[in-house]
Design a protein around this ligand. Sequence first.
Ligand code: PMP
Length: 391
Amino acid sequence: AVSSLASYTAEPKPGNDVQIQEKYINLDHGDPTMYQSYWKQMGERTTIVISGWQSVSYFSDTKNLCWFLEPGFAKAVTRLHNLVGNAETANRHIVVGTGSTQLFQAVLYALCPSDASDPMSIVSAAPFYSSYPLIAECLKSGLYKWKGYTNDFDKDEPYIELVTYPNNPDGSIRGAVFNGSGGILIHDVAYYWPQYTPISSRADHDIMLFTLSKSTGHAGTRLGWALVKDEAIAKKMVKFIEISSIGVSKDSQNRAAKTLDVISDTYEDAETSNESKRFFDFGYEEMAKRWRQLREAVNKGKRFSLPNLPVGKCNFSNRTFGTQPAFAWVKCEHASVSDCESFLKQHKILTRGGEHFGSSKKYVRISLIGYEEDYNEFIRRLSLINSEESP
Ligand code: PMP
């Protein structure tokens, strides 16, 4: 699926109504371009200037276990987690990575003993994030083996279970499902932010992966961070990043630090909080609107259905609301449609089919976090398809 990156829709130009109606709408990737309008509205507030003499050294903080972690970025991450209350940061090591994609690889490397006779099993309940099997299988590692959703492994031997919370693609809220005594859990909490899901408690797991891509929307900055309890695991993750990329861009970290601090400022700094919209309010309202539009389009007919999503109280915003995930997990209900991705493609809507997530082709995953113009056009097309008479 990543190979179709080239088919990304270009940044839409205003006033091109006819063109937009004829083009393919790409809702396959979770490209978070929805957030661009917020950051435009914030003008120069997140601008940083990097002088030519900066970021020359490989090293950021030689006293830190993660020696390529910029102190300002670490501070901004901790500050934001403490503000939102979505993750425990005390007694944890922060490991920065080139996206949480690199951290995922680093954590697999860190958890698997190099001298084991057999590769460690990696499992995850379906539907699972489609990149996990691709990453786990691409180098045919002797350290680990992708098993996906299966009981075909020894639960008393050490194994790795990936828990995506809330889940990509279907937005479900679930913990570990395999329940063997040998399970080591990796919590991918990319979407545990208050624009998507009620923050019910501070996540307090041993290994948690976060990403800038889905929190602030800066996927192109390519930054993620892991909160890791165990020092030996954190050290091995750092080793992996040292071997694979000798650290992580300082420029990206400093830019991200500024962005995260501006978000915190809009809540904590009386002056800024008065004059500008707060980031998570923007995200929450935008997601709520897009989910309303989608439900309306789906309710126009019987062709499609959406999963029931849990409702909860958000300790951060004090709102009670239903999870409004970055993706919709849509089922084609009509008996004549066995491949929902191909069906929608005929209508120039590009989505990702259920089989990529270890599930059925009756499902597709649809991104809700793209450009507004594309999303509105998608809703228009979906409503039309859904109101048509059944074949
Ligand atoms: N985990 C999950 C569950 C995701 O959905 C994504 C992005 N689609 C990632 C990790 C990867 O994030 P990054 O851009 O930081 O590599």
